[in-house]
Design a protein around this ligand. Sequence first.
Ligand SMILES: Cc1ncc(C[n+]2csc(CCOP(=O)(O)OP(=O)(O)O)c2C)c(N)n1
Length: 328
Amino acid sequence: MSDAKHNIDVERLRRHYATMGLIRAFEDAAEQAAREGKVTGAVHSSVGQEAIAVGVCANLRQDDQITTTHRGHGHSIAKGTDPAKMMRELFGRAGGTSGGKGGSMHIADFSVGMLGANGVVAAGIPIAVGAAHGAKLLGNGRVVACFFGDGATNRGPFLEGLNWAKVFTLPVLFVCEDNAFASTTRTKAVTAGDGPAARARAIGLHAADIDGNDVALVDATVAELVARLRAGDGPMFLNCRTYRLRGHTAADAAAYRDASEVEARWQHDPMKLTAEQLQRLGVAESHLAGLRQAATVRVAQALAEAAAAPYPARATAFTDVQDVGAPA
Ligand SMILES: Cc1ncc(C[n+]2csc(CCOP(=O)(O)OP(=O)(O)O)c2C)c(N)n1
């Protein structure tokens, strides 16, 4: 059976729900651990934005690449990073994705094409464009998905990256997670013009602008865009309208917005929407509860493993550090 609106297969949608549930469980646990002082560095939750990560990455091959932001746990899980290794990274322990020395904003996992989170807003954009240029020169057929927030569209690398990608017809999908906020500021209050898609079109990119909380719609839209990228018709732009349901970081109570606004947005929670869609397609709520429970158990195990893991050995303090030689 399939959902007529997006012609999505139930089994595919069920898998999306399971992955979104894993991301949700990871984010809930990471935020809680951060509040308990167990995490080194800040934690930025992607709760409410899971459908974008999952709908985009479902259309990527393992050797395709992504870049992400300070809010990158969901993208990493959707691309195939092991949540247990990521939790160790948050806890600053050996065996983490970056050896326990990077933390949440420096997760990278080249084994699945995850080129890195980045604490510098918009800094992932030129990295993605460089990776796409490399893919084109090598002719390896890879595409690159570049995730960033609406706030990043006000920084210079956005213009530079889109321009370069268009001039060289690069296989990169720019994905803007338009969650309405840049830290404590409403992005609209500091942004001229008609939004991210309009800016992309001004540079000549094909741009779609969709509800990023509808995972079937994200999946179907990205399937088309990625097919065009693989056909050499790039770059492409996707603006996903969404909402940051939690504070900017685990420590942010988000007192700058009304509780009623947030409450209304929970009605459009992507987990809720996908569950309702699956139920309409005949999947029982008890089955969905089982998927959520399995995610919770897996993340609880990751938490326990992270808490029990050793800190990185002192001898590794200066490994993985770029050595440019002694100053002249
Ligand atoms: C170059 C730079 N400027 C400012 C900051 C501080 N900062 C961290 S996150 C953030 C907001 C980013 O908003 P957006 O790009 O929309 O992503 P979101 O947090 O909404 O996912 C800012 C301003 C930063 N990290 N880097």
